[in-house]
Each structure stands twice: as structure tokens, then as C-alpha cells.
Design a protein around this ligand. Structure first.
Ligand code: AMO
Length: 433
């Protein structure tokens, strides 16, 4: 990897082959090893480590004393000559001739960046900037970046148009989860729970296949390892397709994300058992899921949603990614298409054995039926006029889904807590940093 905005070299751009070259490196003082007349500064940059060797005899007294005094985690820029050195960690060392201390770190550090002393998640999140300096956390966020790039490219390559929709909104979309109210001048407004209404309205625009990767806000009170109050959602909506089409898109996207991450060089320092899941994913109906629970000795009344405990039992019994389809309409949102002559809706959840990753559906595209569905949920169609209008002047059949970025990253990497997959989590207790 090379940073193209500076002539500064990353540790990984250098090797014994650069012997005798004068280079410029920069980074943090990761470790100091003092052997008396000789000491090493191990300088850490984003890609790795450089051993900088200070011999009193060769670097001169002034530079020697300057280097020796720098506290760990201070930021430095060093110029010097590369020398091949088989005993150094990467087969080379840097013999400094110029050292700039750009920022002196305080002596007592909130975290150990070498990973030798572990820390509680809360301590790590309180000092997140420092936590990202550790190998494992750095790789989690490098992988997150790679994952988002993969998703974006995957969708754009398939003809999708990236959209941005408002996060300050006037109406709820997802029954069951509460909204965060905000003051919008003289009116009440909310932080959006989902771009649902907007991505559907854009189907009436003729853009045909749209996606958005953006925050969603859920005022959920619970404090769990899988809920955030601000999450990032990959939302997709496609015209002239069936639910099965978007389920296939989703499973191939998930498998593709795994395959891309499999080749990430730092993967081993985050996830030890990593396997690309085979596709297609299994499909079971809501009724079959209830039967499976019964076979495992757990009752669930028809029409009730699965609890976390139910999800765990199903996940354990199935042991791989699976879809649950054919849901009772009573527990799916108003925009899910009812299946004629039944109480069921053409909706699905994509499940990882540990938790729900995504949900989606065939959408109601008839104006009259949609109005009815809104009323059947005890909601007022007048509050949805801006949305309903898009269904009155030519709305194609369409389907789509929403996939949680943090839950995807958490399950791909086997992270214990969803907070590990977001830089600055927002939860019931945490509003800073
Ligand atoms: P849903 O409410 O199921 O569906 O959300 C879609 C996906 O977003 C993620 N997610 C969350 N992740 C972390 N913390 C949360 N509190 C949280 N809430 C949701 C999950 C979830 O599966 N409009 C529909 C999608 C659609 O039909 O297109 C929706 O929002 O991974």
C-alpha cells in the first residue's frame, strides 16, 4: 500500500532491497528498547513497523539524546538511511540523521497499543482513537472500509444508482421501533429509522435500481450485543422484480463480501475461523421455523415474532445462513405485499445463525391497497401523503431489502459485540466520544 499524497514511505514499502537509500518515514513511537549505548525506536505506521536504530557513535550525541527522551506514542517524522539488517524484524533498519518530534504524548496512556495488556470494551471505546492504533482494531476498520467498497462496487457493477435520502423526516416507517424526536424549527420531526419511504418513492422516479449506505436511527431502549441506536444500513430497492430476485442479489452480495475479505492480509489477526458461506442460502417458511422450534422443544404462538432466544435455537439447529419467508402480515410493515387469500406477506428475513442480518419484501405497489395496509396498522394515511402520492402516477412492482453494516461485519469477523464494528457507537448509555 502506498499513500499517494506524500513522499513519506510506509514501513511496508521498504525492505533490505532499499539498502543505502535515504527515506522519510513518519508515525508513532510504538516501543522503545534501550540497550545503553544503543537503542531502538519501533515506529508504527498504518501498515506496519520500522526499526530505527540509534548508535551513540554513529548518530551523534544530540540526536541520540533527542530520540531517547521521546515518550511512547509520540508522533515523529524521521529521515535516514536504510540498511539491510537480517536481525531486524523486516530485514532492514533505519539509521536516522534527522528527527522531528511532531507531537509529544502524555506519559500515562489510556490503553496499551502493543496488545500485551488487554482492556475492557468500554475502556477501548472511551479511548477509541487509541484503540484503533492496536493491530486487531485497526484491521476491523480497514476491513469495514473494504467491505463498503465491495458492496458499492458490486451494486454499481449491476446497474444500481447510489442515492442519498433525508435523515430528518416527518414519519415513521418501521412499526415496533421507536423514533428519536427532534425540534425542526416550529415543528416536530424525527431522525429516520430507514430510508424505506424514499427508496420506494425513487422507484416511481424511473431510476429502476437504487441503493443507499447511510445511518439509521432507532430509539430502542434495550442494551444488547446486537443493537445500536445509530446503525448503518445498506438499503436496496429494485423495480420490475420479484422478492426472489432481490433475495438472490442479497445472498450473492453476502457471499461476495466474504470472498473479498478472505484475501485481506490482516484477516488472521481478527478472525481465526473464517469460511465463505456456500450459496444459495436455505429458505424456510415462518411456519417451518415454528415447527423447527417445536421439534427443539420450544413453543411459539403463530403470529408472534422470534425472540433472540428463538433465533439462537433456530440458528443452532440450521447452522448456516438461512432465509425465513412467508411471514404473518401482522408482524411485517405495511409496505410488505400480502399473499392473496392468506394472512401471509411476501417478506423475508436473512438470518445468520447468531442474529438477523437483513429484512426485505415484495412491496405493495397498488395505491389503494397501500392505503388500506397503512390503515390496518392503525396509522393515518394523511401522514404518508407525500409517499402515497408516488403510487398514484405510475409505480412499477418492486422489491428490496435493508442490510445492517455492523451486523454483517460482526458476523463475518465473528465479533462478540456489535459495538466492535462501529468506530463511535451510539447506545443507551453512550453519547461520547
Ligand atoms: P429492519 O428494521 O429489519 O428493516 O432493518 C434492516 C436491518 O438493519 C439492521 N438494523 C440494526 N442494526 C443494529 N442495531 C439496530 N438497532 C438495528 N436495527 C436494524 C439489521 C436489520 O436486519 N425498511 C426495512 C428494510 C427493507 O424492507 O428494505 C428495515 O428497515 O441488520
Amino acid at each position: 500500500m502506498k499513500l499517494s499524497v506524500t513522499d513519506r514511505k510506509y514501513s511496508t514499502e521498504l525492505s533490505a532491497a532499499n539498502d543505502s537509500e535515504r527515506v522519510n518515514i513518519a508515525g508513532w513511537v510504538h516501543e522503545k528498547r534501550d540497550l545503553g549505548g544503543l537503542f531502538f525506536l519501533i515506529i508504527r505506521d498504518r501498515e506496519g513497523y520500522v526499526q530505527v536504530t540509534f548508535h551513540k557513535r554513529t548518530v551523534g550525541k544530540e540526536l541520540f539524546e533527542q530520540g531517547r527522551k521521546i515518550p511512547r506514542e509520540s508522533v515523529v517524522s524521521i529521515k535516514g538511511i536504510i540498511r539491510a539488517e537480517p536481525k531486524a524484524p523486516n530485514g532492514y533498519e533505519l539509521i536516522p540523521d534527522h528527527l522531528d518530534v511532531l507531537s509529544v504524548a502524555s506519559q500515562i496512556l489510556p490503553l496499551d497499543t502493543t496488545g500485551k495488556v488487554g482492556a475492557e470494551l468500554d475502556t477501548r471505546l472511551d479511548a477509541r482513537f487509541m484503540d484503533v492504533r492496536t493491530e486487531r482494531t485497526k484491521h476491523i476498520f480497514m476491513i469495514r472500509s473494504r467491505m463498503l467498497k465491495t458492496v458499492r462496487n458490486f451494486l454499481i457493477d449491476r446497474g444500481f444508482v447510489e442515492i442519498n435520502t433525508p435523515k430528518i423526516v416527518s414519519a415513521a416507517t418501521e412499526g415496533g421501533t421507536a423514533l428519536f424526536p427532534i425540534t425542526y424549527f416550529e415543528r416536530e420531526a424525527f431522525l429516520n429509522q430507514s430510508p424505506q419511504l424514499y427508496k420506494q418513492m425513487l422507484i416511481a422516479s424511473g431510476l429502476d435500481a437504487v441503493f443507499e449506505i447511510a445511518p439509521i436511527f432507532r430509539a430502542e431502549e434495550h442494551d444488547t450485543t446486537k443493537h445500536l441506536n445509530e446503525a448503518t444500513s445498506i438499503d436496496v430497492e429494485v423495480a420490475f422484480v420479484t422478492m426472489e430476485d432481490v433475495m438472490q442479489l442479497l445472498e450473492s452480495l453476502v457471499a461476495h463480501v466474504y470472498a473479498e475479505i478472505a484475501s485481506y492480509p490482516g484477516l488472521k489477526s481478527v478472525a481465526l475461523d473464517f469460511e465463505v458461506p456456500p450459496t444459495p442460502f436455505r429458505r424456510i417458511t415462518y411456519d417451518q421455523a415454528i415447527e423447527l422450534l417445536a421439534a427443539e422443544g420450544t413453543e411459539l404462538e403463530w403470529g408472534e415474532d422470534f425472540s433472540t432466544a428463538h433465533e439462537h435455537i433456530l440458528g443452532k439447529a440450521i447452522g448456516e445462513h438461512y432465509f425465513i419467508i412467508d411471514w404473518p402480515c401482522t408482524i411485517k410493515p405495511f409496505y410488505a405485499q400480502p399473499i392473496d387469500g392468506t394472512d401471509l406477506c411476501d417478506a423475508f428475513d436473512l438470518m445468520h445463525p447468531r442474529l438477523e442480518l437483513s429484512s426485505g419484501s415484495q412491496r405493495v405497489h397498488s395505491y389503494e391497497l397501500l392505503k388500506e395496509r397503512i390503515e390496518s396498522k392503525g396509522l393515518a394515511p394523511e401522514s404518508f401523503e407525500f409517499y402515497l402520492n408516488a403510487f398514484r402516477f405510475g409505480m412499477p412492482p418492486h422489491a428490496g431489502w435493508g442490510l445492517g453494516v455492523e451486523r454483517l461485519l460482526m458476523t463475518v469477523l465473528g465479533l462478540e459485540n456489535v459495538r466492535e464494528a462501529v468506530l463511535f457507537p451510539r447506545d443507551r448509555r453512550r453519547l461520547v466520544p
